[in-house]
Design a protein around this ligand. Structure first.
Ligand code: HPA
Length: 246
């Protein structure tokens, strides 16, 4: 089974010797964020950094359609997407991992579908994340000694600015437990292509109004640096488990 790992802040690359998985990043929908690659250390995975390899793409600038299209063209069987998120639920701390079960989409103006004027595509999206992949991620987390809570709701905001405290209060009333900027339209596009999709969130800050003061980028980077290696361990174990269920 080949799994596309879509990396974001906190999972910016795979260890080991890498080889490009495609000749170019070009697709009928424009250019993907980067040329996906494989790593000898993690066979079975194709890696794509959604923010580009130099982290130059902001969440609203990412060509989600090109990314998913290219990964699908490479014949991947499933997608595991890593996200840095803010924690909304009071129980969440920096460095915690969450395997969300649901999404609420607050984004706007993004190219969000492969459907065109001539096609009627009202695909089911009741459960945006694949339960089987989520279970395997949870098992991988347990096996590498990483706490990962399964369930919860990923609220996807437009960015690139962070939210106001009132926006986070509203999102909490809506039922959101974490907030990020990149799960949509990524998850929906994966569904349109028939690709099972799971999300792996790393909490890098308390959401607006949930911490002691303003959200500082440097503090987020420090959490990413501390927790990022655990994220990579978890993904590495997951890749073994999906191929050799135990
Ligand atoms: N809000 C939105 N996206 C994020 C956050 C946040 O607080 N932290 C990391 N990504």
């Amino acid at each position: 089974m080949t799994v596309a790992v879509i990396g974001g802040t906190g999972l910016e690359g795979l260890d080991g010797e890498t080889v490009p998985a495609a000749d170019s990043a070009a697709t009928p929908y424009g250019s993907a964020s980067a040329i996906p690659y494989r790593s000898a250390a993690l066979p079975g995975a194709v890696f794509l950094n959604r923010h580009a390899d130099d982290h130059s793409l902001l969440p609203h600038e990412i060509n989600y359609r090109a990314n998913l299209w290219l990964l699908n063209e490479l014949g991947v069987d499933a997608v595991v997407a890593a996200f840095a998120v803010g924690g909304i639920s009071r129980g969440l701390a920096n460095g915690d991992f969450v395997l969300p079960g649901q999404i609420i989409d607050y984004t706007w103006g993004r190219e969000h579908t492969f459907a065109n004027a001539g096609s009627l595509l009202h695909g089911d999206f009741t459960a945006p994340f694949d339960p089987g992949l989520c279970d395997t991620l949870a098992q991988a987390a347990a096996e590498v000694g990483v706490d990962a809570s399964a369930g919860g709701v990923y609220g996807c905001t437009q960015g690139p600015r962070l939210e106001t405290a009132a926006e986070i209060d509203r999102m909490e009333r809506d039922g959101c437990t974490v907030v990020g900027m990149t799960a949509m339209p990524e998850a929906a596009l994966a569904r349109e292509l028939g690709l099972p999709y799971a999300g792996l969130c790393m909490v890098v800050n308390p959401a607006a109004g949930r911490g002691p003061g303003a959200i500082e980028f440097a503090d987020m980077r420090a959490v990413v640096a501390a927790a990022g290696p655990r994220l990579l361990r978890l993904v590495a174990r997951f890749l073994v488990l999906v191929d050799h269920p135990e």
